[in-house]
Design a binder for this molecule. Sequence first.
Ligand SMILES: [Zn+2]
Ligand SMILES: [Zn+2]
Length: 173
Amino acid sequence: MHSGKGDRPASEGQIKKTRTQKESTHMNIEKTLIHRGGCLCGGVRYEAAGTPVVVAHCHCEDCQRSSGAGHSTGAMFASENFHLQGKTAQYVLESSRGNQVTKLFCPVCGNSILGSNSAMAGFVTVSLGTFDDSSLLTPQVVVFARNKKPWDVMDESLPTFDTQPDWKPADGI
Ligand SMILES: [Zn+2]
Ligand SMILES: [Zn+2]
């Protein structure tokens, strides 16, 4: 995750322009991918550039309640690579570890867009289901497995942690 931002301007036009087969074979290398997404009503839109720091399933109880499902799945990006448009509202809560967790959502449709954690300043975790094409993002890890509900399904093929491992974005994957 050390691809320096800015050394390659993310021009959408350039990424999409694939004229010859020769070019297309090199397309995926060293290009800055732009992941786009937004909320249910379309009032909030965003762009996230590059490869996420990590994509994780979180089974913690806050994620269960906030998502209304068994777990949340999010892709973490550096804040500087994430740009959001539209009006949002936020809700701040304290995590079980005493960190400040901020949830950003659309005030019109209520769609939860992202969360950030004071323990990982400078990063945002974007709800995977809000990406226009989330097939490009693959979960790599499961956290808070201890809170998994009996009716939920956990991906046991992934590295799994009972709680949040002692991991920082700088560690990479
Ligand atoms: Zn909305
Ligand atoms: Zn969680």
